[in-house]
Design a protein around this ligand. Structure first.
Ligand SMILES: C[S@@+](CC[C@H](N)C(=O)[O-])C[C@H]1O[C@@H](n2cnc3c(N)ncnc32)[C@H](O)[C@@H]1O
Length: 287
């Protein structure tokens, strides 16, 4: 099979015919573009370009891993797009989801509506840093903190912040602990030496699945870290934010949640506004 592959067109055809998933055609293009470091438009104009043996081997290796182990393509290529920006990802972080872009847009709208200038924002459970970094790009004057319980995730987020020249303070810790007096975090951060309220906005796309939902996921999702998917205690977090006066007077919380969790969350956040994602699933709240 490999002897017949000489050009970009040949490898695209080979991948389209042999990738074992519904999106074979799209994935073929993404793999070839990424390995050859080409823009989408260049694939067509260079379709008759010859490939080196190494390039062909690398592309076919990715195809084989994708087929045999069902590893998400973003992990194999170590990159993913969010809000038009390219993010480094590995299996220490959740692959950024397109619906989360809507959460970022909604926050920007809300900031305008509330006339908040130079906001201080906490991105709780930052993962790859996609929310914190896109907010910083949109609001250069904002002060942004981004926290996660996983140092490995924060390492990925720091790489992305450098890549996009976004100045963000990264904090290691269990949910809000680093911002509370009861903090057990061994890391001293300047913010806890001042008095609350600290934040105009606390945003999170947290690990929102329940244990039962986790048991019934598509196989590919089990490649993502379990602690990135399961367990966020919305009620407890809301209570901690309010009781510890973490939000400024005109401030707000913005949370993503699972598409079937609205009923439960309406009870916890009776004053919140709820939003749907582009697929018409209930997905976000602003409170
Ligand atoms: C669903 S992922 C979201 C990542 C990112 N916000 C995004 O939208 O792509 C949730 C993140 O929460 C982090 N996390 C899980 N438990 C945590 C905890 N107790 N405290 C802080 N972060 C936690 C995980 O490490 C993971 O990076």
């Amino acid at each position: 099979m490999t002897q017949k592959i000489n050009t970009i067109q040949d490898i695209l055809t080979e991948l389209k015919n042999s990738l074992e998933n519904k999106e074979a055609s799209l994935e073929a293009k993404i793999i070839v573009e990424t390995v050859l470091n080409l823009e989408s438009s260049e694939l067509i104009s260079n379709s008759q370009n010859q490939l080196s043996r190494n390039q062909i081997q690398k592309i076919l290796e990715i195809r084989d891993k994708r087929n045999s182990q069902k590893i998400p393509l973003a992990y194999l290529l170590e990159e993913s797009y969010f809000a038009g920006l390219k993010f480094f990802v590995n299996d220490d972080v959740l692959i950024p989801r397109p619906e989360t872009e809507f959460l970022v847009n909604q926050i920007l709208e809300e900031i305008k509506e509330r006339k908040i200038h130079q906001p201080t924002i906490l991105d709780l459970c930052t993962g790859s840093g996609c929310i914190a970094i896109t907010l910083k790009k949109a609001l250069p004057a904002a002060k942004i903190y981004a926290s996660d319980i996983s140092q490995a995730a924060l390492n990925v987020a720091s790489i992305n912040a450098k890549r996009h020249q976004a100045e963000i303070s990264f904090i290691l810790g269990d949910y809000l602990d680093p911002f509370l007096n009861i903090s057990t975090s061994p890391i001293a951060i300047p913010i806890i030496r001042s008095k609350p309220p600290y934040f105009d906005i606390v945003v999170s796309n947290p690990p929102y699945l329940t244990k039962e939902e986790y048991e019934n996921l598509e196989p590919e999702l089990y490649h993502e870290p379990k602690h990135a998917l399961v367990g966020f205690p919305y009620e407890h977090i809301k209570k901690q934010i309010l009781e510890n006066n973490l939000l400024k007077e005109n401030g707000f919380m913005a949370f993503e949640f699972g598409f079937n969790q609205k009923t439960k969350l309406e009870k916890i956040f009776p004053e919140a506004r709820f939003y749907k994602d582009l697929e018409n699933n209930d997905r976000f709240l602003i409170n």
